[in-house]
Design a protein around this ligand. Structure first.
Ligand SMILES: [Ca+2]
Ligand SMILES: [Ca+2]
Length: 369
């Protein structure tokens, strides 16, 4: 019997190495269990990992009163992808964002954000109250902002024209005033700066972004959509509670983002910039900076990203899988863009933008189910 137990122990180790799927079994719940007892009635699923196998595999157990051989039923839930696991789909590379709970919104007062990170307190008022959000389902999130190259295919295959293309204008950054304003003749093809295929698509409205998701879903059979605002912030934080994914100090963001920095453009500087040069005045090719802990690039800066939700005051208590209100006037934008002060590039920062508006520093990224 001892020899059998040793052999069985070795087999469990081998199973662990071969399959790598973790099962949670209560090894103390053995009363009344005899050889041949069906697996499903022999053990209670709990938190402690004991055994490792794939569904349908025969597994040996190294305890005398346990059944010597068990078969894990196909109906047992499998462990999902790991946080940050990368998979390529038709819509590009995606990283797995696991289900979980986090504190959504800002710990700091709006005034504190203004004094520490620049901008104006009124921009940050609606980051409160910070509240507990639970996301009950994991999801795939695009590792990169959607690029010009990807968006171009959408137009080619469908003949789709963006709102800026149809109406002949969009919001561009005006060098002479240093502000954003209506500019005739600009669109995602020409957002007011030289673009490359790997630049994030910009100057697309919320309607344009949703149209892209629908086209890609129809074309591929996958389910692509914009992230909810809660999904976006949870994915951006990737387990952190700090102001940015790298910590609380804006100046430690060198190498992490393309924001309003000290890079000069035709003799100009951003008024209250990050205190370093990131090398880009306008957009940077996606993935030019470090990824966060879950493998997502440019969650801070580069282009603002449209979210699914209507923009509104946060709920006062905990929320589960929040989707935002059912109606509204503005949709949520997240993450800040290439022209933004450090305060607007924080994980908790949010802005509301009319769904037909389009800016040269605003694009989107996808979620997939
Ligand atoms: Ca920059
Ligand atoms: Ca971004």
């Amino acid at each position: 019997m001892k020899g059998l137990l040793l052999l069985v122990g070795a087999m469990i180790v081998l199973c662990a190495a071969a399959f790598g799927t973790m099962w949670h079994v209560d090894m103390d719940n053995t009363s009344g269990i005899e050889d041949g007892t069906p697996w499903a009635t022999a053990f209670t699923v709990i938190q402690d990992p004991v055994d490792i196998a794939s569904s349908g595999d025969e597994v040996w157990v190294a305890e005398g009163t346990y059944p010597e051989s068990i078969t894990i039923p196909e109906s047992r839930p499998m462990t999902g992808p790991k946080a940050g696991e990368v998979r390529a789909f038709e819509g590009g590379e995606f990283a797995w964002v696991p289900a979980g709970t986090f504190e959504m919104g800002s710990e700091l007062s709006a005034e504190r954000v203004e004094s520490t990170y620049g901008g104006q307190a009124q921009w940050y008022k609606l980051e409160h109250p910070q509240h507990t959000v639970t996301l009950t389902k994991g999801f795939w999130m695009g590792r990169y902002e959607v690029t010009n190259q990807e968006f171009e295919l959408f137009g080619k295959e469908t003949g789709y024209k963006t709102e800026a293309e149809r109406e002949g204008w969009g919001y561009g950054w005006i060098k002479d005033t240093g502000k954003w304003d209506r500019v005739n003749g600009i669109s995602w093809r020409n957002p007011g700066y030289a673009i490359q295929p790997k630049h994030p698509v910009a100057l697309v409205s919320w309607h344009d972004a949703v149209a892209y998701c629908r086209w890609l879903s129809r074309k591929t059979g996958g389910r692509y959509r914009l992230p909810t605002e809660a999904e976006w912030e949870y994915a951006c934080r990737a387990g952190t509670r700090t102001e940015y994914q790298w910590g609380d100090a804006a100046d430690d963001g060198r190498g992490w983002l393309n924001g309003g920095d000290q890079t000069e453009y035709e003799g100009q500087c951003w008024p209250t910039p990050f205190n370093f040069e990131d090398g880009y005045w306008f957009a940077a090719p996606v993935g030019s900076f470090k990824a966060n802990a879950w493998g997502l690039y440019d969650m801070h800066g580069n282009v603002w990203e449209w979210c699914h939700d209507w923009f509104a005051v946060y709920p006062s208590g905990p929320a589960t899988d929040p989707q935002g209100p059912s109606t509204g006037t503005h949709r949520v934008g997240r993450g800040g863009g290439w022209s933004e002060v450090p305060g607007f590039c924080r994980s908790a920062a949010r802005d509301g933008v009319a769904p037909d508006h389009r800016y040269g520093s605003m694009g989107f990224r996808l979620c997939r189910h």
